[in-house]
Design a protein around this ligand. Structure first.
Ligand code: NIG
Ligand code: FE
Length: 397
């Protein structure tokens, strides 16, 4: 059945002036890509966009919803989130605000709580987080494992994640868990052997926390092993890199053709050059909610954009470094702290996320794309950064 969504004040298609620019086309600047249509309507058929244009020219439909002048943007594509965990680390956050630096050690606290939780408890926590994200405009969500770190607990996390999204990521190499601290090689054998075998059927991607500065995370050589094993098992590659200091993550991700390298907080010239040269392959995903919640310096988005890198924005929602999945908050941070324009931030949170997940069917409002719309309680997308903290965006269901 066809449903007419009408009364849209300003529709941001993120598909360019003609409404047909693909996700992978990087020739347009962000402002041009917005492709704003005033007084627009959209026809949705079975979850897909069938028609976009001025409301006065809209075809007949079985059913209609009138948005009474609200703006519409593509639903946010949050390409990085850790939503399968139990317990919280509010005390760690409070200590950090008082000056204790983040080093990844708190992940073990979440691992213990997650292992102790029942399937139903984890499922309910995950469902509540997905609902919170949708209520703020997110329509595509990547979900990682990484708080189980045993064969059974990682496979369970991915089975649960697969109940809510196709974008599931195996993160057995999040940290070396306490029981393996004296045998890192043994843990890597487990991750790349039986754990990967149990998880790969439920996972689309493999990820690794490559951060030689953290005693808990992985070196470049360890990360390479994990990524190559994941690739051999049919998974696409993602990397957590250059979060806590300069390091090898970005260059490893580019070398292996990963879809995305996430954080990118500490980059040298060679990292930026590598991301620019690989801009059709590897996205630089910025997670400014992490810098907000860890008191770290923000990543240099302007340098990446000036160099021609492909940039995405995501939440990294997790109990340690950023306990929020609010993409409007991430957009506000990107505008205020990363000095991205409102258009750059919105494109990075939609088209950028789609590229980071190698998706062509989301991130835009265009004929042939999924009908994933976010309605704004506002006349224009600029209000997302202009009215931070206000619940302006919701996914249209
Ligand atoms: O992306 N840096 C590694 N992993 C997460 C944090 C996980 C945690 O602290 O629980 C991140 O920031
Ligand atoms: Fe993360």
């Amino acid at each position: 059945t066809a449903r007419l969504v009408t009364g849209i004040g300003a529709l941001v298609t993120c598909a360019g002036p003609g409404g047909d620019v693909p996700v992978g086309d990087r020739s347009l600047d962000a402002a041009t890509r917005l492709g704003v249509v005033e007084g627009a309507a959209v026809v949705v058929e079975d979850g897909w966009v069938a028609w976009v244009g001025p409301a006065a020219q809209a075809p007949a439909a079985d059913d209609r919803v009138d948005l009474q002048g609200r703006a519409v943007v593509p639903g946010f594509v949050d390409s990085h989130a850790h939503l399968v965990s139990a317990g919280d680390r509010a005390a760690e956050f409070a200590a950090r605000m008082a000056g204790t630096p983040y080093d990844g050690g708190g992940i073990g606290v979440s691992v213990a709580a997650t292992r102790a939780a029942s399937d139903d408890e984890l499922r309910a926590l995950l469902a509540a987080r997905v609902a919170e994200a949708r209520a703020l405009g997110t329509t595509t969500l990547e979900v990682k494992s990484g708080y189980g770190l045993t064969v059974e607990d990682e496979a369970r996390a991915l089975r649960l994640a697969a109940e809510v999204t196709d974008e599931t990521t195996f993160l057995g190499a999040h940290v070396v868990p306490a029981e393996w601290r004296d045998d890192r090689g043994g843990y890597l054998d487990l991750v790349t052997g039986p754990m990967l075998a149990a998880c790969a059927p439920h996972a689309h991607w493999v990820d690794v926390f490559c951060e030689p500065r953290s005693p808990h995370a992985f070196t470049a050589e360890e990360a390479r092993r994990v990524l190559l094993a994941g690739r051999a098992a049919g998974l696409g590659l993602r990397v957590h890199g250059n979060q806590l200091g300069p390091g090898p993550g970005v260059r490893l991700a580019v070398e292996l053709g990963a879809a995305s390298v996430d954080h990118c907080t500490f980059l040298d010239d060679a990292d930026v050059d590598a991301l620019a040269a690989a801009s059709d392959t590897t996205v630089a995903t910025l997670l400014p909610g992490v810098e907000f919640s860890t008191r770290m310096p923000y990543p240099d988005a302007r340098r990446l954009l000036a160099a021609g890198a492909s940039v995405a924005l995501a939440s990294d929602c997790n109990p340690g470094t950023c306990n929020t999945a609010a993409m409007p908050f991430v957009i506000a941070l990107a505008v205020r702290e990363l000095r991205m324009t409102g258009a750059e931030a919105l494109v990075a949170a939609t088209v950028g996320g789609a590229r980071a997940l190698r998706r062509t069917d989301v991130g835009r409002v265009a004929v042939g794309a999924r009908a994933d719309l976010a309605v704004l309680e506002a006349p224009s997308y600029e209000h997302l950064a202009y009215r931070p903290g206000m619940p302006l965006a919701r996914a249209l269901s």
